[in-house]
Design a protein around this ligand. Structure first.
Ligand SMILES: Nc1ncnc2c1ncn2[C@@H]1O[C@H](COP(=O)(O)OP(=O)(O)O)[C@@H](O)[C@H]1O
Ligand SMILES: Cc1cn([C@H]2C[C@H](O)[C@@H](COP(=O)(O)O)O2)c(=O)[nH]c1=O
Length: 216
């Protein structure tokens, strides 16, 4: 049975790497994939992983109908055995419905990859629709870690290392950004709730208030 599968996790947990591996394994066996992406850090029309691999992809536009795109490709004699959609959190809910239709009406597997929640721990609309429609939601096996060593489950947006909670839902960026820049850090829920990033935890540990009291 063809499936709509949502591979979800925090930022930096290996989603794009897995997407590239699925693409590699299937194309190595002569299967043809259609790869969609949106707002990849490597630029328009790219699917990239932090491991350095990158491949060309179709950059999805705002109002693009993904079902029609796939049907057009097939009717022009193209072949599509599976679809990969990376950065799927940035797709509109209606585009997720179109991907589900690709599975149901065309019998093509769709593998979608994305983060579930934003920096405020609210669902992205595209991810919400994926959770609602997917045949399976798969959490990636290689877990990203919070600075405390616990499994990271949440994405924090940072400015100069400090967590911020105001701003637009979509700001393309990366983890480990230079000081002063807008970046992201993955945290466990406990530290996301307390807005405690690696930098603020380090600063708190160095604060004189928490140094051991001298006996002299
Ligand atoms: N220098 C490195 N050596 C080994 N693994 C790395 C290195 N840099 C990144 N990674 C791996 O790549 C993962 C990020 O992969 P990526 O596909 O870009 O993540 P995602 O798409 O989920 O944001 C990290 O969690 C880590 O496992
Ligand atoms: C939490 C959060 C993330 N983003 C952006 C930042 C990155 O460009 C992508 C996630 O990419 P990754 O391959 O999973 O690392 O999403 C955003 O726009 N808004 C957010 O709240």
């Amino acid at each position: 049975m063809p499936e709509l599968v949502f591979f979800s996790g925090t930022m930096d947990c290996g989603k794009s790497t897995l997407a590239l591996q699925i693409e590699h394994n299937r194309s190595a066996r002569g299967l043809a994939g259609m790869i969609f992406t949106r707002n990849d850090r490597a630029g328009a029309g790219k699917l990239s992983s932090r491991l350095g691999l990158v491949t060309d992809a179709v950059e999805v536009a705002d109002a693009q109908d993904l079902y029609v795109y796939v049907v057009d490709h097939l009717s022009q004699g193209g072949r599509i055995d599976y679809v990969i959609a990376d950065e799927a959190q940035f797709l509109a809910p209606v585009q997720i419905d179109q991907l589900a239709r690709v599975v149901d009406d065309l019998g093509v597997d769709v593998f979608a990859f994305g983060i579930t929640t934003d920096f405020r721990s609210k669902l992205f609309p595209g991810s919400q629709r994926l959770v609602e429609l997917a045949d399976r939601v798969e959490v990636l096996q290689v877990e990203a870690l919070c600075w405390c060593g616990a499994r990271a489950t949440h994405n924090a947006r940072t400015v100069g290392g400090e967590m911020v909670v105001e701003g637009a839902q979509v700001v393309v960026g990366d983890v480990n950004q230079a000081a002063g820049e807008v970046g992201y850090e993955v945290l466990c829920r406990r530290h996301h709730r307390r807005r405690m990033t690696a930098a603020t935890a380090r600063a708190a540990a160095l604060s004189p208030d928490v140094l051991p009291v001298s006996s002299s």
